[in-house]
Design a protein around this ligand. Sequence first.
Ligand SMILES: Nc1ncnc2c1ncn2[C@@H]1O[C@H](COP(=O)(O)OP(=O)(O)OP(=O)(O)O)[C@@H](O)[C@H]1O
Length: 326
Amino acid sequence: MHGRVMATNDRSENRPSRQINVILRNQEPPVISQAVPDTEPAPIQKVIPQQKGLFADIQKELDQLVGLDNIKELIYEIYALLQIGQMRQEAGLISGNQVYHMIFKGNPGTGKTTVARIVAKLFQKMGVLNKGHLIEVERADLVGEYIGHTAQKTRDLVKKALGGILFIDEAYSLARGGEKDFGKEAIDTLVKAMEDYKNQFVLILAGYSGEIDYFLQMNPGLPSRFPIQVEFPDYSIDQLIQISEIMAKERDYILMPQAILKMKQHLLQEKCETLYAFSNARYVRNVIEKSIRQQAVRLLAQYSAGTPGKLELMTIRIEDLKFDKK
Ligand SMILES: Nc1ncnc2c1ncn2[C@@H]1O[C@H](COP(=O)(O)OP(=O)(O)OP(=O)(O)O)[C@@H](O)[C@H]1O
């Protein structure tokens, strides 16, 4: 699975192995089953009701997301780790500080920012971060125009992110100009901030998979600082259709079957033509929003002397679909 949490202070090498299987069920109390060696007490099925409340909100948000099973699993894994960490602490056991800086790899519109927001909320609920906000930046926000300017800009943004998440989109662009570029200064400042403000913010670097891999290769000191690496796969056409129906529903609209069919055909073509530049769920969102505007224009023209009924106000027809990119 992508995106496993790697414990950085694991002292258990010499102990018998203990495997923790996490089963995530919809709206039900999480069940944690432990498979333990013969010498230990019989397997325990432990239901911990107080976890339900804390995780319920997060789970509700995750349930709204189509696909992303590996990421949902990862988020639950982090939650479980934090819960058990608290219990271990209360039991007087070592529950050392975990490092939560992350790399999110994926094409545009695959849900990276959305998931980062949910992660921020989880960390805030679990007391890892005291604010749980997300500061989203890109190269231009970090890199300055003269020596020292970049370090200052980057430090200021880190300070804004304290208590939350600093999310750097297209992070690899910081290494674009090599050693002489101010991007290098931003990277060095970020690395220093990760030391200076340990556990006070979480840094997420996001971007295209290949470019992020290249970026990490060029900066060998970085990968070990990001123990959690997650792949955001492109959505299938069926998932994109599901997403479009959810997006329409959230706005109190319904897509007619003919409109769905047309959307399907169009997405197939668009995905083939644009390849890596295809912006997945973001593209679908734009289509839905444009189509809603188009429906409004159609209805006004159609009902110049009356009011459309409730169902008509909700319906997106095939002729409402708008695909142009402008
Ligand atoms: N799995 C999903 N289910 C439902 N909606 C989704 C899903 N993934 C993304 N979206 C929606 O698609 C839009 C774009 O998502 P988001 O901004 O998280 O993508 P991103 O990977 O950060 O994109 P970029 O790299 O271009 O910034 C948002 O409106 C988000 O709510």
